[in-house]
Design a protein. Structure first.
Ligand SMILES: NC(=O)c1ccc[n+]([C@@H]2O[C@H](COP(=O)([O-])OP(=O)(O)OC[C@H]3O[C@@H](n4cnc5c(N)ncnc54)[C@H](OP(=O)(O)O)[C@@H]3O)[C@@H](O)[C@H]2O)c1
Length: 286
């Protein structure tokens, strides 16, 4: 037990083994808190832990698959065993998949709902009541520019991020005046493994847009959170994209986003097995 009696504050970072989560963990470790590093890959978490400790921070690792239904309960017990309480929660773990909703495996798409929505809601609902009682702390939720529009060819991912933004915004209002703040971060493309693992990096949209560094996004997120901001949009291009998405009618926006997120060599959503370019369906679309 780290605290030896009185519970000590911890910053819990979900998805801390790499990418934006790792960068946020490094920043959090500069403050007087223990950073709890959570993700599946134990060896990567240990590498981040060593990095944080070398810089003078305090960190512990908690390897777990956050898709498991009792993950938040397990973390709660882990914190109690270590004499810690969740002061700041960073809901950063998430993934996406590029492809037609009719063709991508159902289990993989439901996995996005599970991690990006259910897990985020579960951790938030489990730890926010304690924050409100203590009248301190807060939550950073990783949304995306994707939360401002529908995303054909990444339909479930975009929809999951809309949930994140809506939920965060409502909660920030409910907790106003309690001393607890909720910040939703909405970046555009960030140079992390996500772009490859989701397949998004192969789409024109993500090729043409400038990519921010994970460190920059993390700095903006933390600064916005510490200033009590409800929404943080890192970088100019994300702000411009959101402005366009907010102003343009959906009927104009949808075909453009679809074009930019699919490739001619992608299979047609009709399931014919033809590529998008060759299938007879494509002549009927924009
Ligand atoms: N990169 C972008 O362009 C971009 C843009 C906007 C928003 N975002 C959002 O930012 C967040 C972080 O993305 P990133 O770019 O840093 O992605 P990333 O580099 O792929 O990192 C994802 C993190 O989540 C963890 N994770 C994934 N599935 C998990 C599971 N089932 N259980 C536990 N941990 C899990 C991963 O660790 P393990 O694999 O070790 O479990 C990793 O630490 C996501 O919510 C993403 O949607 C990213």
């Amino acid at each position: 037990m780290i605290g030896g009696g009185e519970l000590l504050p911890a910053t819990v970072v979900l998805g801390a083994s790499r990418g934006i989560g790792r960068s946020i963990a490094k920043i959090a470790a500069r403050e007087d808190t223990t950073v709890v590093l959570v993700a599946r890959s134990e060896s990567n978490l240990e590498a981040v832990e060593a990095e944080l400790r070398a810089a003078g921070g305090r960190a512990v690792v908690f390897p777990i698959d956050l898709s498991s239904s009792d993950a938040s309960k397990q973390l709660e017990s882990f914190l109690a065993r270590h004499g810690l309480f969740c002061d700041v929660l960073v809901n950063n773990a998430g993934y996406g998949l590029r492809g037609a909703a009719t063709l991508l495996p159902i289990a993989d798409q439901l996995g996005i709902v599970d991690l990006n929505i259910r897990t985020l809601a579960d951790f938030t609902l489990r730890f926010s009541p304690g924050m409100a009682r203590r009248r301190r702390g807060g939550i950073i939720n990783l949304g995306s520019v994707a939360s401002f529009l529908a995303g054909p060819n990444m339909a479930v991912y975009y929809a999951s991020k809309s949930f994140v933004r809506s939920f965060s915004t409502a909660l920030s209002q409910e907790l106003r005046g309690t001393g607890v703040t909720v910040t939703c971060v909405a970046p555009g493309p960030v140079a992390t493994d996500f772009l490859d693992s989701s397949g998004a990096g192969r789409a024109t949209l993500f090729k043409v847009l400038p990519k921010l560094s994970a460190d920059y996004v993390a700095e903006q997120a933390w600064r916005g959170f510490r200033s009590g901001r409800r929404l943080v949009i890192p970088g100019i291009s994300a702000k411009v994209l959101i402005a366009i998405a907010t102003v343009l009618p959906t009927s104009l926006l949808l075909p453009v986003v679809y074009r930019l997120q699919r490739r001619k060599s992608d299979p047609c959503p009709c399931g014919s097995g033809e590529t998008f370019a060759k299938c007879k369906c494509s002549s009927m679309r924009n």
